[in-house]
Design a binder for this molecule. Structure first.
Ligand code: FNR
Length: 359
């Protein structure tokens, strides 16, 4: 089984409206396709006769340590797919030693997600768990969310900054999919605002957010703050200047502004802009162990996966996500061995080559 096979397996039983919610992107989905295509274009150029019996796959990230360089990017609404929802993903991640970024729009409250991760982690290991946040125009609500994440034991905050407004997903519009079905709520939002407690509409996108709110966030929390969705090298430099602890180089899996470049194409420029001062994590289109090695070679500290987790969850719940992570771990290990690398830190730009021009 390969990572891409989880999609077909999930679709066998999944409501097609929910499958469209997962697979879809903004407008013409040009960036959705570009993300994967960029990995296909880049070539690996291995070294020989310098490997080791075992590869070191562990990574140190702000506030957390993970046993593999692949993390779970934040994805909303897991209970659409399985009754346990985010608890299933958190258990699988904690067992595999993979970092999970829990979405603010999760259908299980962050405290319960964290508790499930703690119980599933091997003895003595602290599960790596971060919380993704959309800064709300109402800063009191934002502060309450930060408190919920900190109380749950999350080790960092990931602020998604590519969503001043919602991306337009034409598949969802065609399908009339705008809401969670009855019985499901955005549990982190419950009791934070008057009115429909936990309704998706309570997550407000704010076109007016700026560096002022990022600075404010850093003042009100001791947790490391990472930004998700910075694409421009100038913004990466600003992030460093504002004391941000890391970047997730992400175009939201092509779900926000369509026609932006593939994240892999931007990685060398972003890595150069931050100059090793903070870690850069890439997501978008990662589907193979070789993709992971390519991203590491171009300067990423780790990579994230979004849709594969959703497909695996729909296909097999906790066990499905467990199989997905094991598969990726093994593929990364094999790819490193075949590249003559002793581990994640042993991967540099000399291992990749752009493809020959067509002709
Ligand atoms: C997402 N993504 C996302 N990002 C975020 O910051 N908050 C969120 O709640 C969500 N929710 C979400 C739902 C679904 C169904 C998908 C597919 C994606 C974006 C996600 O974190 C990540 O950036 C991309 O999914 C990465 O690209 P791939 O791996 O899906 O190609």
């Amino acid at each position: 089984m390969a990572v891409r096979d989880f999609e077909a397996a999930a679709r066998a039983t999944l409501d097609p409206v929910h499958a469209d919610f997962i697979a879809g992107g903004a407008h013409d989905e040009i960036t959705v396709r570009a993300n994967e295509a960029a990995f296909r274009r880049l070539r690996l150029l291995p070294r020989v006769l310098r490997g080791s019996a075992e590869r070191e796959l562990g990574v140190e990230l702000p506030g957390a340590r993970a046993r593999m360089p692949v993390l779970l990017s934040p994805t909303a609404f897991h209970r659409l797919l399985v009754p346990e929802g985010e608890v299933a993903a958190a258990r699988a991640a904690a067992s595999a030693g993979a970092l999970m970024i829990a979405s603010m729009a999760s259908t299980v409250a962050i405290g319960e997600v964290a508790e499930a991760a703690r119980k599933a982690a091997p003895d003595g290991e602290q599960p790596a768990l971060w919380f993704q946040l959309y800064i709300q125009p109402d800063l009191e609500i934002t502060e309450a969310l930060v408190r919920r994440a900190a109380d749950a034991g999350c080790q960092a905050l990931v602020v998604t900054v590519d969503s001043p407004v919602h991306g337009t997903h034409e598949r969802n519009r065609r399908n009339g999919f705008h809401d969670l079905p009855p019985g499901l709520r955005c549990e982190n939002l419950v009791d934070l605002r008057d009115g429909e407690s936990g309704h998706v509409r309570q997550i407000v996108m704010s076109p007016e957010i700026s560096w002022t709110q990022v600075d404010w966030l850093r003042r009100i929390t001791d947790l490391p703050v990472l930004l998700k969705g910075v694409l421009h090298p100038e913004d990466a430099r600003l992030a460093v200047r504002h004391g941000v602890d890391g970047l997730l180089l992400s175009n939201h899996g092509g779900r926000q502004l369509d026609t932006v470049p593939a994240t892999l194409e931007l990685l060398p420029e972003i890595a150069a802009a931050v100059g090793g001062r903070i870690p850069v994590i890439l997501d978008g289109g990662v589907r193979r162990g070789t993709d992971v090695v390519k991203a590491l070679a171009l300067g990423a500290s780790a990579v994230g996966i979004g849709r594969p987790v959703m497909w695996a969850l729909a296909d097999g719940g906790e066990a499905g996500v467990g199989r997905l992570l094991e598969l990726l771990r093994d593929e990364v290990d094999d790819a490193l061995a075949l590249c003559g690398a002793t581990g994640v830190r042993d991967v540099g730009p000399e291992l990749v080559r752009p493809p020959a021009p067509p002709g």
